[in-house]
Design a protein around this ligand. Structure first.
Ligand code: GLC
Length: 434
């Protein structure tokens, strides 16, 4: 499962030779260590992680192995929990989801003991607060994500249609374009998103509630606040879209990369995805390069702005590492201004305030604008409120929502009733019904 990149090794050798020239050969060889990092693997993410650790290796002379992890964040969490519960020291640094600090904190180092305060303070305070559990900083923010609407600019123009502001508009536009396009392309669909039974569906669900103006599932008073007629309405609407020919037959198995493959292959008018998809869909191997736009997700009505779920990833160091300071140094390097600037050009949004003051390249300007607007009304999953219970609550959501989308029986209101009970149950009465 481990891959030590050849380039890292040869760069390290070059560095070592340089040190030898200065007479530091022996001592440098004695201190060169190998760290291991578990990075994400969606899209080009793993390669970008390798690129970043190679830059650190070239600077420091230490090697870094990058291990493969599953695409699905739910599966990745299961893998991490297995390693951490068994106190493995085989992985030093973990890329962790924004909703995991409350789940994993007891296995992670307090990075404020290792990383200068000036670096910590350069990140958005809300993200630092998210990553603190019992006042321990268990991860450094790496990038911010939010759900976005990708659309076929060329097709909207061709049919004289505007980017939809509401879900009903999206559906009728998709219908018009699909009806016309299917004459030449029978595989054309209207909308793709993440409907498989995993964390990605919880993200979509939270966005649907947000589109109905009810994105906060758990109130500050710790009551489950789910069951509202508008939220029930949006669920019924989404299911009818899923069960219509506007979405692919296999939509209930779709994750991020499935949605991107269909959209990038020219077979969908609209796609819900994260910012990473922009750059990839614009590359020369993409059928839709130069033909797409990106915007905030729609609301249910003109009066309710759409909502993007707040996602994003952090870098954490396990308590079981044999190299705490070195691993923290790697994390600080990877989350530095220079690294985040490089990654912004690839569509990964910085967690450092200062990087939003600068004008990005023209290539990512549309993405930058859509993300900026979306972040103003972004909705969060209830991870902070639920802490260690978040995983079970999210599981209840994606399993039940998936079942609901898959069948005709039951209503959105009934689903919300069941979910309210389940969330209360998994949090063992710490949160209650309102
Ligand atoms: C993205 C988000 C992450 C979310 C995941 C769900 O990677 O950044 O927060 O949990 O998608 O699939």
């Amino acid at each position: 499962m481990k891959t030590k990149t050849k380039t890292t090794q040869s760069k390290t050798k070059n560095f070592m030779s340089l040190l030898c020239l200065f007479g530091l050969c022996l001592s440098a060889q004695a201190v060169a260590e190998t760290l291991t990092i578990a990075c994400g693997a969606v899209g080009q993410e793993r390669q970008y992680c390798i690129d970043s650790v190679q830059r650190w290796s070239a600077l420091t002379g230490h090697d870094v192995s990058v291990i493969n992890t599953p695409d699905s964040s739910s599966d990745r969490l299961a893998m991490y929990q297995l390693l951490l519960r068994e106190r493995h020291d085989t992985v030093d640094v973990f890329q962790i989801d924004v909703v995991w600090p409350g789940l994993l904190h007891k296995y992670l180092l307090d990075l404020s003991d290792y990383i200068p305060l000036s670096d910590i303070n350069a990140h958005f305070p809300a993200l630092i607060a998210n990553n603190k559990v019992d006042d321990r900083l268990v991860a450094m923010p790496w990038y911010v994500d939010t759900g976005l609407l990708y659309y076929r600019k060329d097709l909207l123009q061709q049919y004289g249609l505007e980017v939809p502001k509401t879900w009903p508009e999206l559906r009728s536009i998709a219908q018009k374009i699909v009806d016309a396009q299917r004459v030449n392309n029978p595989g054309m669909t209207g909308y793709v998103f993440q409907a498989d039974s995993y964390e990605g569906l919880t993200c979509n669900f939270v966005e649907w509630l947000g589109a109905a103006g009810r994105g906060t599932m758990i109130s500050p008073q710790k009551t489950v606040d789910l069951n509202h007629p508008k939220s029930a309405g949006v669920l019924d609407f989404m299911r009818s879209m899923v069960r219509s020919p506007l979405t692919p037959d296999t939509i209930l198995e779709f994750r991020e990369e499935d949605a991107r493959a269909v959209f990038q292959g020219g077979n969908a008018v609209f796609m819900r995805n994260w910012p990473y998809a922009w750059n990839l869909a614009q590359q020369s191997d993409s059928v839709v390069a130069g033909k797409i736009g990106v915007a905030p997700l729609p609301g249910m009505t003109e009066q309710t702005a759409g909502a993007g779920t707040l996602g994003g990833w952090q870098l954490a160091v396990t308590k079981y590492t044999r190299h705490p300071q070195l691993a923290a140094d790697l994390v600080n390097f990877m989350t530095s201004t220079a690294e985040q600037r490089t990654r912004l050009a690839l569509g990964y949004f910085p967690t450092r305030n200062s990087l939003y003051q600068q004008i990005p390249s023209a290539d990512i300007q549309p993405l930058f604008d859509a993300v900026g607007t979306t972040l103003e009304t972004a909705v969060a999953r209830p991870a902070t409120q639920l802490g260690k219970d978040y995983k079970d609550a999210s599981r209840a959501i994606y399993v039940k929502v998936h079942d609901f989308l898959a069948q005709e029986a039951g209503t959105g209101a009934e689903l919300l009733d069941v979910l309210s009970d389940e969330i209360e149950h998994v949090s063992m009465g710490r949160v209650v019904h309102n």
